[in-house]
Design a protein around this ligand. Structure first.
Ligand code: ZN
Length: 176
């Protein structure tokens, strides 16, 4: 590399890491269908090491991540394909403490619209109460007409400071 070249970007670093990864790579011969027949929906938060936290190995599960780990239409789309085309039968939802979505409000959407002159087609899906948000996400999965398997659908909040999961039971109404 010449002295005048730009320092590597993060993407350059990732590409270099991949080159190293590929030199030691052997095809594990995994099937596309997840071995443990489970789809996990979680937040994009960088602090959640999902395989380590849940004891998952390569080939075990489908992983769907978005801002907040919220069950959006696109998550339902992926879950539908996961269940109907790739054989998963269980759904695990994992939201977490300290989520960035807890600090956003619908003002985010209004400010965005003012700034760019266009209203986004999607909802921000911000929330102030993780438990309540999880119950709503559980309901969206359990009541989806597209999903053939809704018996084993469970929701948890992952504590980023302790690494522990706390289960949220949709059967318990808020305030109970
Ligand atoms: Zn989050």
């Amino acid at each position: 590399m010449s002295a005048t070249s730009n320092p590597p970007t993060v993407t350059d670093q990732l590409v270099a890491a991949n080159a190293e990864y590929a030199t030691g790579f052997t095809d594990p011969g995994l099937a596309p269908a997840p071995a443990r027949k489970v789809a996990v929906v979680t937040c994009m938060d960088a602090r959640i090491d999902l395989p380590a936290a849940l004891g998952l190995r390569l080939g075990d599960c489908h992983t769907l991540r978005n801002a907040g780990g919220v069950v959006t239409d696109d998550v339902i789309r992926s879950l539908t394909i996961s269940q109907r085309a790739l054989g998963t039968t269980s759904v695990v939802l994992v939201q977490h403490t300290g989520c960035g979505l807890l600090t956003l409000t619908e003002d985010f959407r209004h400010e965005l619209e003012r700034e760019v002159g266009q209203r986004p087609a999607w909802a921000v899906e911000s929330f102030t109460d993780s438990d309540q948000e999880m119950r709503q996400s559980l309901r969206r999965v359990r009541t989806s007409p597209f999903l053939p398997h809704t018996d084993d659908v469970r929701g948890f909040v992952f504590d980023v400071t302790t690494g522990r999961l706390r289960e949220i039971d949709a059967g318990i109404t808020p305030g109970e």
